[in-house]
Design a binder for this molecule. Structure first.
Ligand code: MLT
Length: 208
């Protein structure tokens, strides 16, 4: 299936060199994470696309066959499409494509992890809230210049803690500088997640 690399999206220009790529969860849209993005970084540009796949009317970034069972072919195609969109947006809006940090929640975190695995040049860093292993690539990418924060909840019935740990191991094996934060939470985001992500972004990754 051919898909166009254009996405319905929001772009909010910032005053620093960093751009946050905001990737919403299932049923979300391009507006969902704008205020979270601004809370995490008051100066970054914000690029927030809406997932193109509809599941019972709910936008997602790739198809799934059941909860936690992904359509891997679709995921691969959508990952490349999203990477191409980010590269095109960098040209269109004039931001530095080497200073993009993904902030993904749930389904959005899963496609952000897939970007790291299949199109590593797209991201300098990633904050993955409630993420799973989206796929295991044939060859691990080289992620030695990439910093990743995985924020998991130890009561999460969807993105289970073992999945977050598997993802952490996979990304570490690929060379990423990896922080795994486990909080006493379920699938929903908490204030602790926001605080941890904000200080990780402020201290852990220097793009200026
Ligand atoms: C997914 O489909 O990406 C995960 O199950 C998370 C979600 O429910 O969106």
């Amino acid at each position: 299936m051919k898909t166009s690399s254009d996405f319905v999206h929001e772009f909010v220009p910032g005053t620093s060199g960093r751009t946050l790529l905001l990737l919403h969860g299932t049923g979300g849209n391009e507006h969902d994470l704008l205020s979270l993005g601004r809370t995490l970084d008051s100066t970054a540009s914000l690029l927030s696309p809406r997932g193109k796949v509809l599941e019972n009317g709910m936008p997602r970034f790739f198809r799934r066959l059941a909860e936690g069972v992904f359509d891997v072919e679709d995921l691969k195609e959508r990952t490349h499409e999203l990477a191409d969109f980010v590269a095109g947006a960098a040209q269109k809006y004039g931001f530095d494509p080497a200073k993009v940090v993904a902030v993904g929640y749930s389904n959005g975190a899963n496609i952000a992890a897939s970007l790291l695995l299949l199109r590593p040049e797209t991201l300098r860093g990633a904050i993955l809230f409630r993420a799973m292993v989206p796929l295991v690539p044939d060859q691990l990418p080289h992620l030695s210049k990439v910093s990743v924060l995985i924020a998991a909840g130890n009561h999460d019935p969807i993105a289970r803690i073992e999945e977050a740990q598997r993802l952490a191991t996979l990304l570490r094996d690929a060379g990423a500088e990896l922080t795994l934060h486990i909080s006493n939470a379920d699938h929903g985001l908490t204030g602790e997640d926001v605080d941890v992500a904000k200080s990780w972004l402020a201290g852990g990754i220097n793009l200026q």
